[in-house]
Design a protein around this ligand. Structure first.
Ligand code: KIV
Length: 262
């Protein structure tokens, strides 16, 4: 199968829904590779892998380490690396840090959160040959300053703001945009108003693609399940069952058996 590039993703609009999943290591990336269009090394890494309460603490160095690992495992799917909180405050810093990501990993693109207020940064990156995925709506990097995770597009002001933000990010050169936590009808309107594809998470069924965090959709994170997550596997349950069996085998002397011994 040919390696996906950003043109394949752009051309999917109106043809085929785009599938995206997160991964943070080579092992999972290798399993997902070629099955999904895009693997996102999301800064959700800090929550789902690091156990943090939000995404703000992850460093650029950690994102680079995990993106390298994902690129080692993924040879076909497009790989996108989230630029972490505080790593794209202004154009100069953004270009320096995005360049580090491109030079030190094989990521195909970076993702940054923000609308019209970040359009100059998206433009700076794209004009310097760095492919950018936008991210608007509920932006997890804004959770502390907004006082929580809030669904967007609930009133006319928010709807207009989102439409403007999406347009600004498209005009700045992004190749697609994540719409997170956006009311279904507003996400539909945004998707119809853009030439580039939208990828939704908690944004209903009319976006041009969907993304979920792997540990949520495969049931490895079992503390709570947000409404927008569909659980495709009871990962935690399956692992607990297998580990219980392993421990019982050790205690009873069933493991290692002759076939596991030299
Ligand atoms: O960090 C992440 O995993 C994300 C997705 C939820 C879109 O940004």
């Amino acid at each position: 199968m040919d390696k996906k590039n950003i043109n394949h993703i752009k051309q999917s609009k109106h043809k085929e829904k785009i599938s995206m999943i997160t991964a943070y290591d080579a092992l999972m990336a290798h399993i997902f590779d070629g099955m999904v269009d895009i693997i996102l090394v999301g800064d959700s890494l800090s929550m789902s892998f690091g156990g943090d309460r939000d995404t703000l603490g992850i460093s650029l160095e950690n994102m680079i380490y995990h993106t390298k690992a994902v690129c080692n495992g993924a040879k076909t799917s497009l790989v996108v690396c989230d630029m972490p909180f505080g790593s794209y405050i202004d154009k100069k810093q953004a270009i320096e840090n995005a360049t580090k990501i491109y030079k030190q990993t094989n990521a195909d693109a970076v993702k940054i959160e923000g609308g019209s207020n970040r359009a100059d940064i998206v433009q700076e990156l794209t004009q310097n040959s760095i492919a950018v995925m936008g991210h608007i709506g509920l932006m997890p990097q804004f959770v502390r300053c907004e006082g929580g995770y809030k669904v967007k597009g609930k009133n006319d002001n928010e709807r207009e703001r989102l439409l403007k933000d999406a347009k600004a990010i498209e005009e700045a050169g992004a190749f697609c945009i994540v719409l997170e936590g956006v009311k279904t009808e507003v996400a539909k309107e945004i998707s119809e108003s853009l030439d580039i594809p939208t990828i939704g998470i908690g944004a209903g069924k009319y976006t041009d693609g969907q993304v979920l965090v792997w540990s949520d959709m495969l049931g490895f994170f079992d503390e709570f399940q947000p409404k927008f997550v569909k659980k495709y596997l009871d990962g935690a349950g399956l692992i607990k069952k297998a580990v219980k069996e392993y421990v019982e085998d050790i205690k009873s002397g069933r493991f290692p058996a002759a076939e596991n011994s030299y």
